[in-house]
Design a protein around this ligand. Structure first.
Ligand SMILES: [Fe+2]
Length: 268
């Protein structure tokens, strides 16, 4: 199973995914964050040269800003075939900023991989999974899906907002992803989320603990209690309460199970 290390050195969540044979860096920060990136790698006792490939969720400036700067030290930028027309989409933003060093991606040095070949590509790194085209936030967005249920979705709109995006490309992309095993969702900016599976439902059981917790939260929402008070009463995570609250208030007649079906447990 690949090891995932979250790298916090910029406003973008980026990840090192270490397979049994090789390592992928998923996303990078904005131009100008290279020194912080190298410093953090050092603190983690990792060398930049240990990274084999850099995979970019989409070519917006806050995800590809230092990709080439890192690649200058050895790692190779992987561009999915569907992303090819977009790799220079953010260059203009950086070239206007004379204060910040920016290295445009060198087309001749990237490795192009088609989504249909992604499983074999990952296999060579000892990583079991695949890369899917998941447009919605942008046309070039891709998701790295590991077979153990970890998904790196970049800026795809969070799952808990799905109701707002019915009938759009965002919903189609999520449908594609949710057909696979999905346990942990790693976002480009939002907090990592763990999906609340309906454990034991096949046997007619419910995830009792969660069910009870959500019932209590709803009871207190009905009583008009503020989030702080519900937090104290139930001991539940504040963001979880806010999610339940939002779900409850925006979906008429939604029951406890309905909320559980739509919600993710955050902050794990
Ligand atoms: Fe973006």
């Amino acid at each position: 199973m690949a090891k995932v290390i979250e790298l916090n050195y910029s406003s973008t969540n980026t990840y090192l995914i270490e397979g049994s044979i090789g390592t992928i860096l998923f996303d990078t920060g904005w131009a100008g964050t290279f020194t912080s990136f190298c410093g953090l790698m050092g603190k983690l006792s990792r060398k930049v040269q240990d990274i084999d490939y850099i995979l970019i969720s989409h070519f917006h400036p806050d995800h590809m800003g230092i990709a080439q700067e890192i690649a200058n030290l050895k790692p190779v930028i992987v561009v999915m075939e569907v992303q090819q027309p977009f790799i220079h989409a953010s260059d203009d933003i950086f070239t206007k900023d004379k204060q910040t060093t920016f290295y445009p991606i060198e087309d001749g040095k990237v490795k192009v991989v088609a989504c249909r070949e992604s499983r074999q590509f990952l296999q060579k790194l000892g990583i079991a999974g695949e890369i899917l085209h998941t447009p919605g936030h942008s046309e070039d967005s891709i998701t790295l899906c590991l077979d153990d249920g970890k998904m790196f979705v970049g800026d795809l709109n969070p799952l808990y907002e799905l109701e707002m995006h019915r009938g759009t490309e965002i919903e189609r992309s999520w449908k594609k992803l949710l057909k696979l095993k999905a346990d942990t969702i790693y976002y480009g900016h939002a907090k990592t989320a763990v999906i609340a599976h309906k454990e034991g439902k096949a046997k007619g059981q419910k995830n009792t603990q969660l069910h009870t917790l959500v019932s209590r939260i709803i009871k207190y929402i009905d009583k008009g209690y503020p989030v702080e008070k519900i937090e104290k009463k139930t001991g539940a995570d504040r963001m979880f309460i806010e999610d339940v609250n939002r779900m409850y208030l925006t979906h008429q007649n939604v029951g406890v199970q309905g909320i559980l079906d739509r919600i993710e447990i955050k902050g794990k």
